[in-house]
Design a protein around this ligand. Structure first.
Ligand code: HEC
Length: 180
């Protein structure tokens, strides 16, 4: 009986050691899928080319690329806020959001309303004033977020992050079709 217990303990220890080895090699990190990976490298924070665009396809592809990157940045910011991490390292990421937000109206030229898997709703073109107001609201929110990142004001950043997320969502509600 006792030897069986010891054997079980030894086996368990072996299993734990194996798990430890996996952890050490990075095969099993135990991390959540959305754990913060930190700020994106400067090399990733590159605005897509244009405008002006040679074709509607170029415009659609460029804006989708910029939005995808914005989504990625937003996920990292969220994880940083949730982890209570310092926010100053994210200043460059937020600066990208500000720079990109200023280009939004130009990224939706006439004729880029259909094709190439665009999810933009026709209202982007028929209710242009509202669309550009939403873009400007987002710019203003992101500018404030950038200042709070520079100041490494964690609490202020966390609050303004929510406000900025609302600016994204407001525009999506009016001007973007469901993604899937
Ligand atoms: C002024 C309006 C507006 C604002 C503000 C805005 N978006 Fe969007 N977003 C759109 C539109 C329109 C599309 C669809 C573009 C297309 O498919 O051509 C889109 C698409 C996207 C996509 C899908 C990209 C793809 O093709 O896979 C993501 C992700 C996204 N936005 C994230 C964000 C985030 C994050 C923010 C805020 C930080 C934001 N957006 C702010 C209008 C906006």
């Amino acid at each position: 009986m006792r030897s069986r217990t010891i054997l079980a303990a030894v086996l368990m220890l072996g299993a734990l050691t194996a798990a430890g080895a996996l952890l050490a090699t990075g095969l099993v990190t135990g991390a959540r899928a959305d754990a913060p990976e930190g700020p994106l490298p400067a090399s990733a924070l590159v605005l897509p080319a244009g405008p002006p665009f040679a074709s509607a396809q170029d415009a659609i592809e460029a804006r989708r690329k910029a939005y995808k990157l914005s989504g990625k940045i937003f996920k990292e910011l969220k994880a940083a806020v949730e982890a209570g991490a310092p926010v100053k390292p994210y200043a460059a990421d937020v600066a990208f959001l500000v720079a990109w937000s200023r280009k939004i109206p130009l990224m939706f030229p006439p004729g880029s309303d259909t094709g190439h898997e665009t999810k933009a709703l026709p209202e982007v073109w028929t209710d242009r004033e509202h669309f550009e107001r939403d873009a400007a609201d987002y710019t203003a929110a992101a500018e404030t977020l950038a200042k709070l990142a520079e100041a490494d004001d964690k609490a202020g950043f966390a609050r303004q992050f929510q406000a900025t997320g609302k600016a994204c969502a407001a525009c999506h509600k009016a001007f973007r079709a469901r993604l899937n």
